[in-house]
Design a protein. Structure first.
Length: 122
C-alpha cells in the first residue's frame, strides 16, 4: 500500500506544481513516459500532453490547489482517492471528484481515470 500512497503523493505534487519547470519534473516523476489521464473533459497521453492539461487547469483556476480528501484505498497496482479543488485565498471549492490510478512496474502512474462529482456552474 505504501507504493500506492507514494504514487498519489507524486500525483498531487504534479497537479499542484506552480511553474513550467517544476510541472515538467513532477509529471516525469509521477507518470510513465506514455502514461494517460482521462476524465470527462480530457483524454491525454505522454508527459507533454499531461503537463499541458495541468497547466490549462491552473490557467482556468489561478490560486487553487488540489487537496486529497479521505484516504487512499487500493490493492495490487490500483488505487482510488477523492479530492477537492480549493482556493488558497478563501477556501472555496468549486470542483471535487475521485480518481483511479494504475501503476506500472516502476511505481509510476500508467493510467488515471478521473470522475467529477462537483463542477463549477453545475
Amino acid at each position: 500500500m505504501s507504493n500506492l500512497k507514494t504514487a498519489v503523493e507524486r500525483y498531487f505534487a504534479a497537479w499542484n506544481a506552480q511553474d513550467a519547470e517544476a510541472l515538467r519534473k513532477a509529471v516525469a516523476e509521477a507518470w510513465t513516459e506514455d502514461g494517460t489521464y482521462t476524465d470527462p473533459m480530457a483524454d491525454v497521453r505522454g508527459h507533454d500532453q499531461l503537463a499541458a492539461t495541468i497547466a490549462a487547469v491552473h490557467e482556468q483556476f489561478p490560486g487553487f490547489e488540489f487537496r486529497m480528501t479521505g484516504e487512499v484505498d487500493g490493492h495490487h497496482h490500483t488505487a482510488r482517492f477523492t479530492w477537492d479543488l480549493v482556493s488558497t485565498a478563501d477556501g472555496s471549492s468549486p470542483a471535487a471528484g475521485f480518481d483511479v490510478i494504475t501503476l506500472a512496474g516502476d511505481g509510476r502512474i500508467a493510467s488515471v481515470l478521473g470522475f467529477l462529482d462537483r463542477v463549477p456552474g453545475a
